[in-house]
Design a protein around this ligand. Structure first.
Ligand code: MG
Length: 159
């Protein structure tokens, strides 16, 4: 059977932090605040995968009160969730994501993000979509105070 999952995340931008998105460091004057490395794109993808499994969200799996996840690289957390999919006998069919950021321009980094994430997901790059949008200047994302990400994932699971 097939199951679809959906994930969303938003993190505040904070001056002086490295900006890590999609497992890729992007040169910018501000980065995403978070207990881990703040990689909102990976967090949205993880929640999409967990949702397709009928699992609770990443906050339950990786509590931000747990010092083990302080400054954790989100690629490692993603690998743990992919391992959970495989233990259930599942296989990821494809993942599609949208990054909403006013600044910096994300489009030029989409290829690097795909190259970083596709191997962790065990997907060919053609089965991983990463698209970039601005928020047309509206709201906290449009005011460059945050970056938001959305993702869907399709899993093939045993009947
Ligand atoms: Mg997050």
């Amino acid at each position: 059977m097939h199951r679809i999952g959906f994930g969303y995340d938003i993190h505040r931008l904070e001056a002086g932090r490295p900006l890590i998105l999609g497992g890729t460091e992007i040169p910018h004057g501000a980065g995403l605040r978070g207990h881990s490395d703040g990689d909102a794109l990976i967090h949205a993808v993880m929640d999409a995968l967990l949702g397709a499994l009928g699992e609770s969200d990443i906050g339950a799996h990786f509590p931000d009160t747990d010092p083990r996840y302080e400054g954790a690289r989100s690629t490692g957390l993603l690998a743990t969730v992919v391992g959970l999919v495989r233990r259930r006998g599942g296989e990821i069919v494809n993942v599609d994501a949208v990054v909403v950021a006013e600044e910096p321009k994300i489009g030029p980094y989409a290829a690097a993000m795909k190259a970083a994430l596709a191997p962790v997901l065990g997907l060919p790059e053609g089965a991983l979509g990463i698209k970039a949008k601005t928020n047309e200047g509206l709201g906290p994302v449009g005011e460059k105070r945050a970056i938001a990400c959305y993702a869907v994932a399709l899993l093939k699971l045993p009947d």
